[in-house]
Design a protein. Sequence first.
Length: 472
Amino acid sequence: MRLPVPDVVPAAEELGRVHFVGIGGAGLSGIARIMARRGVPVTGSDDNDTPFLAPLRELDVPVSIGYDAAHVGDADTLVVTTAARDDNPEVVAARAAGKTLLPRSAGLKSVMAGQRVLAVAGTHGKTTTTSLLAVALIEAGADPSYAVGGVLTATGRNADLGAGEHFVAEADESDGAFLVYDTHAAIVLNVEADHLDIWGTEEAYALAFDEFVDGIDLDGFLVCVVDDPGAARIAARQREAGRRVVTVAVDAGTADLQARDLRKVGNGTTFTVVRGTETLGEVALRIPGRHYVADALAALAMGLELGHEFAALARGLGSFVGTGRRMEAKGEAGGVRVYDSYAHHPSEIRGDIEAGRSLAGAGRLIVAFQPHLVSRTRIFAAEMGEALGAADEVVVLDVYVAREEPDPDVTGALVADAVPLPAERVRYVADRTAVVEALVSVARPGDVVLTLGAGDITALAPQVVAALEARG
């Protein structure tokens, strides 16, 4: 369901009693938590009991499982997930009663009121970079509010209210939400075609990013990772327009802030940070992968531009142990380590497979991938398969349909057929219940098993660990 954003979004305290339809999602649960912390009366419902609900129950937020018109009660405002259907009984009842209906983006904007927004945008890496920035600023003593699209391992929460002047927000482009916020400063990590079911064309998708950065405060600034051509284009355009821009890079040699001398240390990566001719020092990340170095460098650049000391920011980055569903360790059994990650776009798959290879060392990397969305699979199946070819063994599930209708011509077989590995090392397993057995049958001591995808494949990783334990 796509709801219009009002021309004026009131502050959270002006919304009255607020009911969340889809409160168990990563986005709405975070907004609800901040509202509750600000003293706003909050209730919510969802069709599933998700991990995001436990922190809300700790705040005594009433949560109902299942949708029913009676759950709306005396709420004045409803904040509604984009996943809600038009016939959702709570939405239907609220409309009939003339209550205010807000999309997620407007709900988030309402809790940003009174703080300067630091927005993290990009096709990939938003959740990790937003988390890195929040942790770095917390270590630097800034005490920001934050809202992240995953659970921040350091705090066990996906959002919280801070006493500082800044609000760190993951700025989602998928439904245009990032165009709603009043942004003081922003990070653009990358711009690659995605969510074309919403935007229609690659050009329209890229133009949305232009509109986003054009809306940054005149006294604000922009950080761009110029290793990515899309972000580099935005940086050049904004500098030409007179915007304060900080460029960062792992590969490009002319950026304002650069990561050099990357070294694998344990399960993480250590690198040296250089600004112009000055060596600022080292950052030791506890997460693997070159793409995470770029994320950390962007967060560091924003922290430095806000006036914080390098040493404090580097400590914060070094303390970061991950975000839920981003190369998240799920367990080890029988000498096999199991990880889960949210990657669903070809570039994300490539990055996480690189990180997985680093973790595997001399062992093999076994990947199970669940394509997400019919439209994305139709467009990117060949590229997904190509990216998966960097693993040693691949299991491809059927498409997680999500907000679209199934298409019998668009299945996981399109991806499996595109994987450039010998046929005996690639399996298309349409029956989800058979995936765990397929993974365990090929895993041996020293291997890493990595489950990838934005759908419900995340539930399989613990089952793989359990099956490995049972195998002995």
